[in-house]
Design a protein around this ligand. Structure first.
Ligand code: FAD
Length: 457
């Protein structure tokens, strides 16, 4: 691998580019223009990191790969052209949206080409109940475009600035998931994908076939355009409540989540976690915080539930900005803020199940300094359990203890495709026969399961 910045000597420790990389670089310059490709070390380094510092286990292993070059296609058609060129030169291709994925999934572990999709960001069309956008369009741009037609996305992640391609390939759910589940539960209508083939073109897939490309990190095809479902816009309110005690907040979390029309989000935090969030007078110091995005029609009922549990409603805010702000304090965000407040201290595990509410004191015994961030969800609550980090072994040791309590967990400290990997392996046999799409993320059939990556539902 090299630092082929033309005017500078190669960076020590980095090898010279191979003939295949040099040939690909000049082909891409011809196809995309000078601004469409970079071999600058700074650009390559930027394109080789994602949000995985959230995991101290992965953080200790960084850097896990370095791109040799970065391409910036400007539309879906160029995405196909770039992938085809890379495959002809047998160069690995790692697709990338905003790089917010938190498990290293966007790191180019075999080097090669990083396909930065953020310039291919057109919102192509908004119809009745659906919208089509290029992979690099941000979720917030999609939500805004939908709102202009009196509609809303079924769901978007707390990283609202991330891309639709990245969310479908690496994410799972977020605001809206209480009602609609994960992004593999019917959110996707159709995709235009690009396979790892030398003559790759845009391939239009719909329905069940389109689902095959969801949540597998681009290992079976790059998403160039996506059509996702919309629903009629509701009048949302951001409600902030606080409680003396986290148990009181937990006692109403599921009931608020069960209100009809279904809330878009209900999150709760212990006082220490809440205090790590950006200061807001509606998140009072020393109190457990519950934040929700509620249909206007349910604000009164939610207020009565909060009052009945000994809490108080600190504010109710209207407008898209107010609700987006509550979204951006959900899912992994409280953990990120906790890590900012206490650098180098905390790791987290993704957890699920009613035991999070019913056996919270025992859940908090699983790890030293454990603190649960919780979300009401379809069926059962989910959350992020933070703990004081010492070693990976201590993290893994908690998994059996969680299982014994009836808590499901997902280990966020590894980057392998773990959502129906056999399905992706079967698809990739024909869509990526050379294994060039995001190599290192899809384990071969029969590989020893990553002991630390088990999933319990
Ligand atoms: P990237 O991180 O760039 O990519 C994610 C994965 O998809 C990588 O494997 C990449 O190679 C692949 N990829 C990217 N674009 C494409 C494409 N067009 N075609 C094929 N493969 C592609 N996730 C949630 O689901 N819900 C949340 O609420 C949520 N909250 C988060 C909070 C924090 C603080 C952090 C750090 C992460 C959070 N995430 C969440 C994870 C992540 O931010 C989201 O999944 C996000 O939507 C990923 O989008 P991105 O554009 O950043 O993708």
């Amino acid at each position: 691998m090299s630092s082929p910045t033309t005017s500078q000597a190669p960076t020590p420790g980095l090898a010279a580019p191979t003939p295949a990389l040099t040939a690909l670089e000049s082909e891409l310059r011809a196809l995309l223009g000078e601004r469409g490709v970079s071999v600058e070390l700074a650009a390559r380094e930027r394109a080789s990191l994602d949000g995985s510092r959230l995991s101290p286990v992965i953080g200790e292993q960084l850097p896990l790969g370095l791109a040799d070059l970065v391409a910036y296609p400007a539309d879906a058609e160029q995405v196909a052209v770039v992938v085809a060129a890379a495959v002809r030169h047998h160069v690995p291709v790692t697709p990338r949206g905003k790089g917010t994925g938190n498990y290293g999934q966007a790191i180019p572990m075999s080097g090669g080409l990083v396909l930065d999709l953020t310039r291919a960001r057109a919102v192509v069309e908004v119809g009745d109940g659906w919208m089509t956008a290029e992979a690099g369009a941000t979720m917030i741009a999609l939500e805004q475009a939908a709102a202009r037609t009196g509609q809303q996305l079924l769901m978007y992640p707390s990283t609202a600035q991330s891309t639709i391609g990245g969310f479908l390939s690496g994410g799972s759910g977020g605001t809206g998931s209480i009602r609609h589940g994960s992004n593999s539960d019917g959110f996707v209508v159709a995709l235009d994908v690009v396979h790892g083939l030398p003559d790759a073109q845009l391939v239009h897939v719909e329905g069940e076939t389109a689902q095959l490309y969801v949540h597998n990190y681009g290992t079976a095809g790059v998403i160039a355009r996506a059509t996702v479902r919309l629903e009629p816009l509701q009048e949302w309110r951001a409600l902030y409540a606080s409680f003396d005690d986290f148990h009181d907040a937990l006692s109403v979390l599921r009931e608020i989540g069960d209100l009809e029309p279904t809330p878009r989000l209900v999150s709760a935090d212990l006082p220490t976690l809440a205090q790590a969030l950006p200061p807001d007078r509606a998140i009072p110091t020393g109190r457990a915080s519950l934040r929700a995005i509620l249909d206007l029609a349910t604000v009164e009922a939610a207020t009565a539930l909060v009052d009945g549990a000994g809490g108080r409603v600190d504010d109710v805010r209207a407008g898209a900005q107010a609700t987006t702000k509550v979204s951006m304090l959900s899912y992994n965000h409280p953990i990120e803020w906790l890590q900012k407040a206490f650098p180098g201290t905390y790791f987290h595990v993704e957890v699920s199940g009613d035991a999070l509410v019913d056996r919270i004191d025992e859940v908090h015994q699983v790890y030293e300094g454990a603190m649960l961030h919780i979300e009401a969800q379809k069926g059962r609550p989910i959350g992020m359990l933070a703990g004081v980090y010492s070693t990976p072994g201590e993290v893994w040791a908690g998994f059996d203890r969680l299982t014994a309590l009836g808590v499901g967990y997902h280990n966020p400290h590894q980057w392998f495709v773990d959502f129906q990997p056999e399905r992706t392996r079967a698809l990739a046999l024909t869509t990526d026969p050379e294994g060039l799409l995001n190599p290192g993320k899809l384990q071969p059939a029969g590989a020893t399961a990553v002991a630390t990556g088990a999933k319990v539902s």
